[in-house]
Write a protein that binds this ligand. Structure first.
Ligand SMILES: N[C@@H](CCC(=O)N[C@@H](CS)C(=O)NCC(=O)O)C(=O)O
Length: 328
């Protein structure tokens, strides 16, 4: 765990002291966009035209942000077009590594780097900042297009349509305002809220985060009691972004991050929603609970020094959810 400072790796844990014990996530540094015609996107520079076999994703199977990109790659049928390297689940003094002594950890299949920070240096030899997954890499220009999952899923959603992506729009124009509004509070209190609870180093910071988290879960439980998906009858990126946190909740966040007022299994609608997406074709195959549980319990020495992995509650996500009939 660390970061790059002027191109040099430094092993440091998150600074919460300057913030009253609060965990503050940094902004992503690479914000270019792949577009259908290579024009610049909402941020960054032009020159990243969508194409088959030009782009590569670096992911961790443990990470909820990287998981978003795997879900979108799957839904849009981009598996043959965008290749993937999977880091090792343990993230310790060297940050994410390309060690391969764990099932499904592929190593760096493009350059055989040992550490993810070497890929960042490959893109920018003087880079300063965190070294995070996911990374969308351009094999042609040999650089990072983006390391922001929220942007990457929007590129995958639409930029590759003309080169053979599967039909489907998960950020439709008519729902954008509603999706953006949902994403805003779900990101702050749920996706990032579990981290804010888990990494808090003061009681006040923890209380603030965990209470906001469960308030939002109650609100989501209400919304998902009214319709099948967050915005109504259509699956959107807002659902996918929520789902990667829900799928990690009972196996990890409830205990490891002290998010233990309720489990997702205790909520009728959230649990149904979790199973609804889990049971869609190809989706369960993007979830690797071994990576998820090993990563969190064994990488965060400040909150679980022994690295012992808890047994976790039992659940059965294959159980029928009935949401399709209920909301037809
Ligand atoms: N805003 C980024 C956040 C990505 C992120 O924080 N990823 C975590 C893994 S779950 C990471 O790589 N952390 C390493 C670090 O912070 O040093 C995104 O959504 O893409």
């Amino acid at each position: 765990m660390g970061q790059l400072v002027d191109g040099v790796w430094q092993d440091t844990w998150y600074d919460t002291k300057s913030n009253g014990g609060r965990f503050k996530r940094s902004e992503s540094a690479f914000r270019n966009w792949v577009t259908a015609d290579g024009s610049a996107g909402p941020t960054g520079k032009a020159g990243f035209t969508a194409g088959r076999d030009r782009y590569h994703l670096y992911v961790s199977l443990a990470c909820p942000w990287a998981h978003r990109t795997l879900l979108m790659r799957q839904l849009k049928g981009l598996e043959q077009m965008i290749s993937v390297s999977v880091v090792h689940p343990l993230m310790l003094e060297n940050g994410w590594t390309f060690a391969t002594d764990f099932p499904a950890a592929t190593g760096d299949t493009l350059y055989q780097h040992d550490f993810l920070y070497q890929l960042y240096l490959h893109a920018d030899a003087d880079y300063s900042g965190r070294v995070t997954v996911p990374v969308l890499w351009d094999k042609q220009q040999q650089t990072i297009v983006s390391n922001e999952s929220a942007d990457i899923i929007r590129m995958l959603n639409s930029a590759f349509d003309a080169v053979g992506a599967r039909a489907g729009d998960y950020y439709p124009v008519a729902l954008r305002a509603e999706i953006d509004e949902l994403n805003g509070w779900i990101y702050d209190t749920v996706n990032n809220g579990v981290y804010k609870s888990g990494f808090a180093t003061s009681q006040a910071a923890y209380d603030e985060a965990v209470e906001a988290l469960f308030r939002s879960l109650n609100r989501l439980e209400q919304i998902l009691g009214q319709h099948r998906w967050l915005t109504g009858d259509r699956l959107t990126e807002a659902d996918l972004r929520l789902w990667t946190t829900l799928v990690r909740f009972d196996p990890v966040y409830a205990t490891h991050f002290k998010c233990d007022r309720h489990r997702i299994g205790d909520y009728l609608n959230l649990n149904g929603f979790l199973r609804d997406i889990w049971q869609m074709p190809g989706i369960a195959g993007t979830v690797n609970l071994q990576h998820i549980r090993h990563h969190y319990y064994c990488s965060h020495k400040t909150i679980n020094p022994s690295g012992v992995i808890s047994i976790g509650p039992a659940f059965d996500w294959d159980e029928p959810h009935g949401r399709d009939e209920r909301f037809s």
